[in-house]
Design a protein around this ligand. Structure first.
Ligand code: ASP
Length: 368
């Protein structure tokens, strides 16, 4: 059972960008601001205490960035913030940024008890999902967070999100990539951004929370992956960029589908209707899908609904399986896309890759 420990815990914070550290420029729009976040954090006594810090930093190499909160007089977290250059709005992030994050986690894995990734909220769910696949047999917490309002503003949600993430990463044994936002701890590859304006921006439509922050911190052991200290971290950085995603819609044409499926595309997520249905009377669309599958393109079916799974309950859904389209069960679009990118990068046969797409690898899908 995960539990708080009474000792010094070390956390590495990778600050990639996002609203959390943005300021308005002369045109009145938010842009990332370098070298400001750490200064601001140092101004909060609950996040940084210079006097207490001085007792611990002797002999520790990263003393420039070591900052220390004391949590309920029980735990002390020493943390280092590594600010990326350039800081990015997460809309500008790509596979290369995922690779940079996992390489940093790999380099510092043995030196820290947990990791916090500060990230823009727009593509945070994609990154959290991708990290979960790129980090196999993870035995430490990797907590991805950000904020809807910059830390420099009065009503900001940044400090609470950051503080809670540090506590989960430092004090709890959670061997998973998680998202901590607005007092909820969610599995990273189950998370979606569902609101552009609420402070509760994320939810986990098909899987319960891993923990919550109230007066106390609570974690739910039954929902969290089990620690296995016999396993060691394996890092995968060969992610395919030749993956695409298309949502079905009533006016879709065969040409539109062809454009998505043509080389170099190697894998496509089809967001079908409802419980996994495609227009079964549209021979033109079905033919495009069949031709792509014959070219060894992996096509994965997930629902375009906000919640639920795909199933072959209807004739319109059964036909997809008959064509060789892989059921993606209840994966989010973010999990399905990043998993496909990961699976296509593995040195395995096409059959093995297809099998992995329908198999639960990191708690991202429910197999019935
Ligand atoms: N556009 C910002 C980003 O994703 C939004 C945010 O962080 O809330 O970087």
């Amino acid at each position: 059972m995960p539990s708080c420990v009474e000792e010094i815990r070390k956390v590495l914070v990778l600050y990639t960008g996002g609203t959390i550290g943005m300021v308005k420029n002369d045109d009145g729009v938010y842009i990332p601001a370098s070298n400001r976040f750490i200064q601001k954090i140092k101004s909060y006594p609950e996040l940084h205490n210079e006097q207490v810090l001085s007792k611990y930093i002797e002999g520790i190499p990263e003393e420039d960035y070591l900052i220390m909160p004391q949590i309920h007089n029980r735990n002390t977290i020493l943390y280092t913030i590594k600010e990326y250059n350039p800081l990015l709005d997460s809309s500008n992030m790509s596979v290369d940024d995922w690779v940079r994050i996992v390489k940093d986690i790999e380099s510092f894995y043995d030196y820290y008890d947990g990791f916090v990734i500060l990230h823009g909220t727009d593509t945070l769910a994609y990154t959290a999902s991708a990290l979960s696949f790129m980090l196999e047999d993870l035995q430490k917490a990797v907590i991805v967070t950000g904020s809807q309002i910059p830390i420099f503003e009065v009503r900001s949600d940044a400090k609470d999100n950051f503080l809670s993430s540090l506590i989960f990463a430092g004090c709890y044994k959670i061997p998973e990539v998680c998202v901590c936002f607005a007092n909820q701890l969610l599995r990273g590859n189950r998370t979606v951004k569902f609101s552009s304006c609420n402070l509760e921006a994320f939810n986990s439509p098909n899987y319960g929370p891993l923990g919550i922050v109230g007066i106390n911190f609570e974690v739910y052991p039954n929902n969290i992956a089990k620690i296995n200290n016999t396993k060691t971290l394996k890092v995968y950085t060969e992610m395919s960029k030749n993956v695409a995603m298309i949502q079905l819609f009533p006016t879709i044409s065969a040409d539109m589908l062809i454009a998505f499926l043509k080389p170099p595309t190697m894998g496509v997520i089809i967001e079908s209707y409802g419980i996994g249905n495609i227009p079964s009377k549209r021979a033109d669309l079905l033919d495009v899908l069949v031709q792509a599958i014959k070219r060894d393109v992996i096509v994965v079916n997930i629902t375009q609904c906000c919640q639920g799974t795909v199933d072959s309950t209807y004739e319109t859904g059964k036909i997809l399986e008959q064509l060789g389209i892989i059921p993606g069960h209840d994966m989010t679009v973010e999990a399905a896309l990043s998993k496909l990118s990961y699976v296509l990068g593995l040195s395995l046969s096409l059959t093995a890759k297809k099998q992995l797409m329908k198999t639960n690898l990191r708690g991202e899908l429910t197999q019935h």
